[in-house]
Design a protein around this ligand. Structure first.
Ligand SMILES: [Zn+2]
Length: 485
């Protein structure tokens, strides 16, 4: 039987707070006391009384309905297993980074990566994420886990020409692949094809070479050509660490952005992962001030992941400066936790500290970064907003939980106080994936126990993978010593 429109339409009545997209202003607005209706995977009404027929009515009182959040930077398959280990870990002789002697301490075997990914996707859903751009070295079952999660997933296989390494703990080596990374790139393009051929319309791909310092210009050029051919988003890590800037300037005499420009590799609309250590960052004391203008010129989007960097004592300089200059600012959860609401809060707080000015980053800006600006970066005007014709990706926030009250401004209460504790239900393409705060599509207890099992399995040999074979309790001492009696 063919379902008619009336058969499928679901309507929330009398929603206390609707975060509605105002097309004329190109901005979100609050609508107090309205109806919200969707039909299949699309929104059909966001306004006052919905007059159409509907198959199901839900009571919207005591709620805010807002667009689902868009997380544009994660590495789900490798990071969850480092929880509890990396939060206080950094190498004092590598500019307080844990990238170079930490990346391979807990290498999850490919056959166990699906649990890390399921766990990360569950955390995202639980915090209101409906779309993710996830970057992983391809592993068996990735597309299947993405499909089962019910998230709208852009899968970006990671590939590169060289792998970081350090043999002495204070300088960086690059181990270059003989083919420059071309074979790895081909396997990542196959993931995009697999995602696009999948029966689920929620799956897509992105072209994501690893980093500006680990890819040859040829590989980046080939990857950009693939991105254009496939019409897929293109992401590159740029400005992630001090070391990266120092290595690039040592080898080429140019900042990363200027090296990309000199090699004709700046791609319009490219997604820049992190974009922190660009030529103007105060720690670098570099002589040019051109990189931010280059970002603006190519209409780049920067994905800011403030939580993990703030743990290192690092922040972007600054969210407000980039935003005001016209860079499309977006947000990602990167390592862990994958809590987009806490990430928005950190973006606001870190941005205000960086500029020493409270108004440098209004809460509005971080909400836009996680919704409409992220959708712009993906080239999707049907995501990140509640508007007729947009996808039914939305979050029902419980405004009655104590953490949301008093309730002068529900987005402020959500972002600065309640976070995921107020996320009640999450829908992606009209399908419920979180109900009453419980992820329906992923068995989180099972995923968590599997991630724990992986960490336990890798722990005994962690020291053997450290450049100096230091014991784990020296690399990452526990917060408290273990009692000896
Ligand atoms: Zn990253």
């Amino acid at each position: 039987m063919v379902m008619t429109t009336q058969d499928q339409t679901v309507c929330y009545r009398n929603v206390d707070w609707l975060v509605r997209w105002n097309e004329k202003d190109g901005a979100h607005e609050y609508l107090r006391g309205g109806d919200f209706a969707y039909d299949g995977d699309g929104i059909v009404h966001v306004g006052r009384d919905f007059a159409g027929a509907c198959a199901e009515e839900r009571d919207g009182r005591g709620t805010m309905i807002m667009p689902g959040l868009i997380n544009l930077h994660t590495h789900s398959a490798t990071m969850p297993v480092l929880k509890g280990i990396r939060e206080d870990m950094a190498n004092p002789s590598l500019y307080m980074s844990a990238l170079y002697d930490g990346w391979n301490l807990f290498p999850t075997p490919p056959e166990r990566k699906r649990w890390n990914t399921a766990y990360a996707y569950g955390e995202m859903l639980r915090s209101g994420v409906t779309t993710v751009l996830d970057m992983c070295y391809p592993f068996p079952g990735w597309v299947d886990v993405a499909d089962k999660s019910g998230l709208r997933c852009y899968l970006g296989g990671l590939f590169q020409s060289a792998q970081w390494s350090t043999s002495n703990g204070h300088s960086l080596d690059y181990i270059w692949a003989e083919d420059g990374g071309e074979a790895a790139m081909a396997s990542c393009m196959a993931v995009i094809e697999e995602a696009r051929q999948h029966a689920s319309t929620l799956l897509d791909g992105a072209v994501t070479p690893m980093a500006v310092d680990t890819c040859t210009p040829e590989l980046i050029r080939d990857a950009e050509a693939e991105s254009l051919r496939l019409g897929a988003p293109f992401q590159l890590h740029v400005g992630e660490s001090m070391i990266e800037f120092l290595e690039m300037t040592r080898l080429t005499g140019k900042s990363q952005m200027q090296w990309l420009e000199a090699n004709d590799l700046l791609l319009e609309g490219m997604l820049i992962g992190h974009g922190i250590f660009l030529d103007h960052h105060s720690w670098l004391h570099w002589g040019t001030r051109d990189d931010l203008d280059l970002l603006v010129d190519i209409k780049a989007a920067v994905t800011h992941c403030p939580v993990v960097f703030s743990r290192y004592g690092i922040t972007l300089e600054s969210f407000g400066l980039y935003n005001d200059a016209g860079v499309t600012m977006t947000i990602g959860t990167d390592v862990f936790p994958h809590n987009m609401i806490e990430e928005m809060r950190a973006a606001a707080v870190c941005g205000r500290i960086a500029d020493q000015h409270m108004h440098a980053v209004p809460t509005t800006s971080v909400f836009e970064a996680a919704t409409s600006e992220a959708a712009r970066a993906l080239g999707r005007d049907d995501l990140g907003r509640l508007a007729v014709g947009a996808k039914a990706d939305f979050v029902v926030v419980d405004t009655q939980v104590p953490e949301m009250q008093p309730l002068y401004d529900p987005l402020r209460s959500l972002i600065h106080t309640a976070a995921d504790r107020a996320v009640r239900d999450v829908f992606v393409g009209g399908i419920e994936r979180v109900r009453d705060g419980v992820v329906l599509s992923i068995d989180m207890a099972d995923a968590a126990s599997q991630v724990t099992a992986t960490q336990d399995e890798l722990m005994p040999d962690a020291s053997s993978r450290h450049w100096a074979q230091k014991p784990l309790d020296e690399i990452a001492p526990r917060t408290l010593p273990l009692a000896q009696d």
